[in-house]
Design a protein around this ligand. Structure first.
Ligand code: NAP
Length: 293
């Protein structure tokens, strides 16, 4: 219970994502009946990064669970940028591939931005192509990056209004912070974007009705930085030396002051995968709605 007597509630991304996956499974079935094929996601995995391998396996399993086709193309970390771009070009032309995801990070000799810009924007289910970033910023329909999209779904599913609220986003990456800020701004929030060079993070946070932390720093957001009754979304995933997974938020203390808070794990993480599958289905539906020769 917060000081103002507001009971804290958990934003349970695991439970919500299960519901979303069940609904997507039905939509995939309908798609199959209508078009005689299932939507397909192709994931490109370069190198042997263990965390990336775990993420890719989990995406693959979720696709299979809802009846979507999933293919993982594995390449050695010796692949050149040109070879990778050539592969993407062939997937761009393949009508059976609705979504293309390049698992990050890529090896250092490859320019990530150049590679991401090669993915056909209609198949860019991660929403990282500059065309999609631009459309999102302009408030137009776009493929939206999965993590911030998942945050918006969590808020909407719990009827947490964003319109007119003061929001702080901690982190300004292209993957989370910037698209998160754009989505909140498009939804009517007044958004401050903080980062490692922000002079006084605590002052921004203390005024916020809604805080989204995506810094990747354990214990960054402490109880004294949070206004009573605030909504706190913890995007951070940090593995401590002990092996325990934590977010950016000092959960035990901060949760006493919040109206709503996401746990880590079980908050934003499962929503991210659900949104990837949602984007893939959207790409497939948009492809089928195009006039055929
Ligand atoms: P990133 O590219 O490393 O960006 C981190 C951002 O946080 C940067 O903008 C950085 O500022 C800012 N930052 C770092 N330390 C800070 C501090 N002490 N105070 C204020 N800002 C600080 O990371 P990312 O890819 O956006 O991911 C962020 C976190 O979310 C990571 O923990 C990642 O694992 C997690 N994540 C989770 C999911 C999920 O599904 N739950 C998905 C994606 C990412 P500068 O720009 O000034 O350096």
């Amino acid at each position: 219970m917060s000081v103002l007597g507001v009971a804290m509630s958990l934003l349970d991304g695991k439970a919500l994502s299960k519901k979303i996956l069940a609904s997507l499974a039905l939509q995939v079935e309908n798609f199959k009946n209508q078009y005689g094929r299932v939507p397909g996601l192709t994931v490109i995995l370069v190198g042997e990064d263990p965390a990336s391998a775990v993420y890719v396996r989990s995406k693959h399993k979720s696709c299979e669970k809802i009846g979507m086709k999933s293919e993982v193309l594995r390449f050695s970390d010796q692949i050149t940028e040109d070879q990778l771009i050539e592969k993407i070009a062939s997937l761009n032309q393949d009508a059976k591939v609705d979504g293309i995801l390049v698992q990050l990070p890529l090896p250092e000799h490859i320019d990530t931005e150049s590679v991401l810009a090669q993915v056909r924007y209609e198949k860019d289910v991660d929403g990282f192509h500059p065309f999609n970033s631009g459309r999102l910023l302009r408030g137009q329909d776009a493929m939206v990056p999965c993590t911030p999209l998942g945050v918006m779904e969590l808020l909407a599913a719990h009827q947490i209004a964003v319109d007119g609220k003061d929001a702080v986003v901690i982190g300004k990456s292209n993957i989370v912070g910037k698209p998160m800020a754009a989505l909140l701004m498009n939804a009517g929030a007044t958004v401050s974007v903080c980062h490692s060079k922000t002079k006084d993070l605590a002052t921004y946070c203390r005024h916020a009705d809604l805080i989204v932390s995506a810094a990747g720093r354990p214990n960054l957001l402490t109880e004294d930085m949070v206004k009573d009754g605030a909504v706190v979304i913890d995007v951070g995933i940090n593995r401590l030396d002990s092996g325990i997974l934590v977010g950016d938020v000092q959960f035990d203390e901060v949760s006493k002051k919040c109206s709503w808070i996401t746990p880590v794990p079980g908050g934003v993480g499962p929503m991210t995968i659900a949104m990837l599958l949602k984007n893939t289905l959207k790409a497939a539906q948009q492809f089928e709605s195009l006039p055929k020769p």
